[in-house]
Write a protein that binds this ligand. Structure first.
Ligand code: THU
Length: 128
C-alpha cells in the first residue's frame, strides 16, 4: 500500500508551485480509515505565506472531515525529511500511542523509511 503513497507523492510534486526556491515537494498521506490525501508546496512572493506540501495535504484531510494520519510520504529532489513546523503539525493528527510511518523519496525514486518517533522523539505538548 505504501507504494501507492510513493507514487501519489511523486505525482503531487509535479503540481508544486515553487518559483522562488525551485525546490518542489509532493506529499501523500494515508488516514486510519485508508483514505489518501495529497499536497504540494505552494510558495508566495511574501515567502512567509508559503505552505509546505505536508501541510497542504493535512489541510485537505481536515477539510474533508478526517483527522488521523497513519503514514505520510514526502517526495522531493533530495528525499528530505519534513521541516520542524510540519513535524509538529503531522504529530497533531497522530493516533494516540501509535507511531506514524514517514516515507521519503528522492528524484531517483530512492526510498528511505523513518517515523515520527524517530524524527521528533521529544515533541512539544502542553499535557503534564
Ligand atoms: N518544503 C516543503 O514543502 N516541505 C518541507 O517539509 C520542507 C520545505 C518546501 C517549502 C518551500 O516551498 C521549499 O520547500 C523550500 O524550502
Amino acid at each position: 500500500m505504501q507504494e501507492k503513497l510513493v507514487e501519489l507523492a511523486i505525482q503531487a510534486r509535479k503540481n508544486a508551485y515553487a518559483p522562488y526556491s525551485k525546490f518542489t515537494v509532493g506529499a501523500a498521506l494515508q488516514t486510519n480509515s485508508g483514505s489518501i490525501y495529497t499536497g504540494c508546496n505552494v510558495e508566495n512572493v511574501s515567502y512567509g505565506a508559503t505552505i509546505c506540501a505536508e501541510r497542504t495535504a493535512i489541510c485537505k484531510m481536515i477539510s474533508e472531515g478526517e483527522n488521523t494520519i497513519s503514514a505520510i510520504c514526502i517526495a522531493s529532489e533530495t528525499g528530505c525529511t519534513p521541516c520542524g513546523m510540519c513535524l509538529q503539525v503531522i504529530l497533531e493528527f497522530a493516533s494516540q500511542n501509535e507511531d506514524i510511518s514517514i516515507v521519503l523519496v528522492d528524484k531517483d525514486s530512492t526510498i528511505r523509511r523513518t517515523s515520527m518517533k524517530e524524527l521528533l522523539p521529544h515533541p512539544f505538548h502542553t499535557l503534564s
